[in-house]
Design a protein around this ligand. Structure first.
Ligand code: F0G
Length: 359
């Protein structure tokens, strides 16, 4: 193929936004095709809510099905540059799936420590199939994170911690904010996002500020973060010892980026509030049935929050509002299976199918 044509292919995320990333000429190039996810207008839900400019940033379309890949590609590239031989992380599932994939591509050993019995089936399989060694511990995510932090500090061989306390993760995750601005032609007025360990809300805010400072976007959004009611330490103002919610990705009681997240909230004149599991599931179902977007339940916390604020009359009707949908629905088949009816079964004839459909 002629070289000129090769150059017209899909750009690499880390190349597109290189000036904002901590990459040098000696950083190895690594990619699984992360980023460039679609910003989709939520026409039907927007109409129901009377919101004319409601959008979703569909992050489930990343290589491992979540936004984690944006930060992981940078963190693993930097780990390679530093001569790391192994990666370690704790996770509610998506970070471990992403670390396992990028670690495999980079030829690194990957160890993931997970809260036992609390990881959505698809995420656990992603880590296992891509060759990570998975250790399940009794307890919750916060405990698992404590364990890997200690391990990374005390390990005798070079092992890189790739949770979002690794600053390269948040640097990479800023690219989602750049893309939102590029797609809209300016910053949105409201950015709604689920909050768990609180890294992503912090990364988006840093991204919006960087882009504005570089003269590449006008305005700054108000940052609206949403935690699940049973795992809402930032809303409550204290740690939650036993966080509980159907939204397993954000089942976190002691977020690592707590201070950064409250700074993003306060500096942007935003808010961080809680949404119930019922509100999350209703938003999750509507995204699928009214918009054709199958995200994971945790992701729908963003829309659940916007819907609540809209119903309470706390939103401007024409404000450009972007809900971040952080992960793919395929990751959690168990929650999905519990929400659908019985399969219709028929003999393989048109008459039998017609009969069972009641046509
Ligand atoms: N949505 C999904 C699908 C997630 O997996 C996470 C975090 C969040 C939202 C919250 O983002 O932690 O930056 O506030 N998942 C982490 C993990 C904790 O281990 O996969 P956050």
């Amino acid at each position: 193929m002629p070289a000129a044509q090769l150059g017209r292919g899909r750009p690499r995320l880390t190349e597109r936004y290189r000036e904002f990333l901590p990459l040098t000429d000696s950083t190895p190039v690594l990619t699984l095709g992360e980023g460039f996810t679609p910003l989709v207008r939520l026409g039907r839900i927007g109409q129901d809510l009377g919101l004319a400019n409601l959008y979703a940033k569909v992050e489930g379309q990343n290589p491992t099905g979540s936004f984690k890949d944006r930060g992981m590609v940078v963190a693993v590239s930097k780990a390679l540059e530093a001569g790391a031989r192994a990666l370690i992380c704790a996770s509610t599932g998506n970070t471990s799936a992403s670390a396992a994939a990028y670690g495999a591509a980079a030829g690194l050993e990957v160890v993931v420590v997970l809260p036992r019995g609390q990881i959505a089936a698809g995420k656990l399989l992603q880590a296992q199939v891509t060759g990570a060694r998975v250790v399940a511990v009794e307890g919750n995510f916060d405990l698992a994170l404590r364990v890997v932090r200690e391990l990374a500090e005390s390990a005798s061989h070079p092992i890189t911690l790739v949770n979002s306390v690794n600053p390269f993760r948040l640097e990479g995750q800023k690219t989602a904010a750049f893309e939102v601005c590029d797609d809209l032609g300016r910053a949105p007025e409201i950015l709604a996002i689920p909050v768990g360990n609180a890294g992503n809300i912090s990364a988006y805010w840093a991204g919006f500020r960087d882009y504005q400072a570089a003269g590449l976007s006008a305005g700054l959004p108000r940052m609206f973060g949403f935690q699940a009611a049973g795992a809402a330490p930032i809303v409550l103002g204290h740690r939650v010892e036993a966080p509980e919610t159907i939204a397993s990705a954000i089942r976190i009681g002691d977020p690592a980026s707590w201070t950064k997240a409250t700074a993003a909230r306060d500096e942007s004149d935003g808010l961080i509030e809680a949404v119930s599991d019922d509100e999350i599931l209703a938003a999750w179902r509507d995204l699928a049935r009214l918009e054709g977007i199958f995200c994971e339940p945790s992701s729908a916390a963003s829309l659940a929050g916007i819907r609540r604020l809209s119903n309470e009359g706390r939103l401007e009707r024409d404000a450009t509002t972007v809900c971040v949908l952080t992960g793919s629905g395929l990751k959690d088949p168990t929650t999905a299976a519990a929400s659908v009816g019985e399969l219709l079964v028929a003999e393989p004839t048109a008459a039998a199918v017609t009969a069972i459909l009641g046509w």
